[in-house]
Write a protein that binds this ligand. Structure first.
Ligand SMILES: [Zn+2]
Length: 498
């Protein structure tokens, strides 16, 4: 009996005798409650080969199952899928898509008869793409989202602003995209890939959000404030402490230029940006960044010093906690919950971090452990444990990547829940995520190479229960899975996993 080689590994697989065989690709039908999922699946499968009119996957609703769970029963005669929700049905159909992808090369499909019971370990199974350092096309992003959904990833964290480019149109602040997006820069200059311009239109964003929703992926936008602000300041110099001149950065690193904490106009900007995000993104979450803020200007700026006196805060660092609280309250008016990088934990007694803020732990797991203990929901994305996909796959001068190494073995073994956490604290860990920062990733194809197959390991980390995880089994299943990805035209790393 051949193995199914599914990734992520399902909770349970029970092998039976025989094979479901079919000369053409099987198509799905079933309960109308799943009509959208069935339509997307049939379209995905039709792209692989001829759809069979007779060989069918029957999708039935069973409201007794958990929201994201699915059940598959494959017999020589037919394939039966049950789920309570469209999300569960979509996950089950993606597992089937994986099985069909392997056979479809020859035009024929042969799947071992099995019963599968499956459901995710974590609610948050995320991936972040930085579109500021490199501006990825909507077509590339759609292909990526579709491939993420093949692995049951359910959040796409879209990093839309940074020092090197502002990609979000905001009606009240047209210069953010006129100047901040470097829209006139040459998209590809062979000798200097840093000059990358462009922004997404409202229509493109709505289209992408809808596309992701049909694949049961929620897009969570990020607008990084008050640091990483060079693109904002180049467009609106009055929002900085010194008044400029500023420029959209074409270098990489952490810069001193940040929004002026003493200028109330920064909250008008925040309000306009949050209004825009609320109108474009249905997600209840908005990521507000909050990372890597340098305080040199706040130390010297008279307006910032006046704000310090008014708020009776002791240091410019504490001033950031005041800004965070304002932004969180503004988002709450839109019914949105703020997510921040773990620097937001560095709060002040007068302005403690509001409990509803979700903390994304990137500088290792320490921040996440502390935040969950303090009562915050937490998403683990530790750069120390393989979650930074801009790092090299291995220490090798010929491998692309920067700053560190994230091996496949590391990301496979990242455990979002620390074994020492009490149950009530562990329950606040929503899940895990990988991030691709794009300073050196100046083409979609390079991005694919950096993402796959590390993403396959991450998927198993955030989906499969610990008891069903096994790295040796993963390495046995991966070659077949990489054939599937190749069939989808995804460029992948194929070297050592340690
Ligand atoms: Zn200032």
């Amino acid at each position: 009996m051949s193995e199914l080689n599914l990734i992520p590994q399902p909770v349970s697989i029970h092998y039976k005798d025989g094979y479901f065989q079919c000369a053409e690709c099987p198509s799905a039908n079933g309960d109308t409650v799943f009509k959208n999922e069935i339509a997307v699946f049939n379209e995905q499968i039709a792209a692989l080969g001829r759809l069979s009119a007779s060989a069918l996957i029957e999708c039935r609703q069973d409201t007794g199952l958990a929201p994201e769970a699915y059940r598959l029963s494959i017999t020589p005669q037919k394939i039966a899928l049950t789920a309570a929700t469209g999300t569960g049905a979509y996950h089950g159909l993606q597992s089937l898509r994986q099985l069909i992808l392997l056979g479809a090369d020859t035009g024929a499909v042969s799947i071992p008869c099995v019963d599968i019971d499956d459901a995710p370990r974590f609610l948050w199974r995320g991936f972040m793409l930085d579109t500021s350092r490199y501006f990825y096309s909507i077509d590339f992003t759609k292909k990526l989202i579709d491939t993420l959904s093949l692995h049951h990833i359910n959040r796409f964290h879209w990093h839309l602003t940074d020092d090197q480019g502002w990609r979000l149109p905001v009606k009240e602040y047209p210069l953010l995209t006129e100047i901040g997006s470097r829209k006139l820069s040459v998209r590809h200059q062979p000798r200097d890939a840093r000059y990358i311009g462009g922004f997404y239109t409202e229509d493109e964003i709505r289209d992408l959000v809808a596309y992701a929703a049909t694949r049961h992926i929620e897009i969570v936008p990020e607008v990084d404030l008050p640091g990483h602000a060079n693109a904002i300041l180049a467009a609106y110099p009055g929002l900085g402490c010194s008044g400029g001149p500023y420029r959209v950065e074409d270098r990489f690193g952490i810069f001193e230029e940040v929004l002026c904490a003493g200028n109330d106009d920064i909250f008008d900007l925040g309000d306009a940006v949050f209004n825009t995000l609320a109108s474009l993104f249905p997600s209840k979450y908005v990521h507000i960044g909050g990372d890597e803020v340098l305080y040199n200007h706040w130390q010297k700026c008279p307006k910032c010093q006046r704000r310090l006196a008014e708020t009776s805060l002791k240091s410019p660092r504490e001033l950031q906690s005041w800004i965070t609280v304002q932004l969180v309250q503004m988002l709450a008016k839109h019914g949105k919950i703020a997510i921040g990088w773990d620097e937001v934990l560095e709060d002040s007694p007068q302005y403690p971090l509001p409990k509803e803020v979700v903390v994304m732990s990137w500088r290792g797991t320490k921040g996440g452990i502390e935040a969950s203990r303090l009562g915050h929901d937490v998403i683990m994305t530790p750069n120390s444990e393989g979650c930074y996909f801009d790092y090299k796959y291995r220490k090798d001068p010929e491998e692309p990547g920067q700053l560190g190494v994230s091996t496949i073995h590391q990301v496979y073994h990242m455990n979002p829940v620390n074994p020492d956490m009490p149950a009530d604290v562990a329950a606040r860990v929503l899940g895990g995520q990988a991030n691709l920062w794009s300073e050196l990733i100046y083409a979609g194809k390079i991005a694919e190479y950096m993402i796959f197959p590390r993403l396959c390991a991450l998927a198993e980390t955030v989906w499969t229960p610990s008891a069903a995880k096994d790295f040796d089994s993963f390495t046995r299943r991966l070659p077949a899975h990489q054939q599937r990805l190749e069939r989808l035209g995804v460029l992948q790393y194929r070297g050592p996993m340690y």
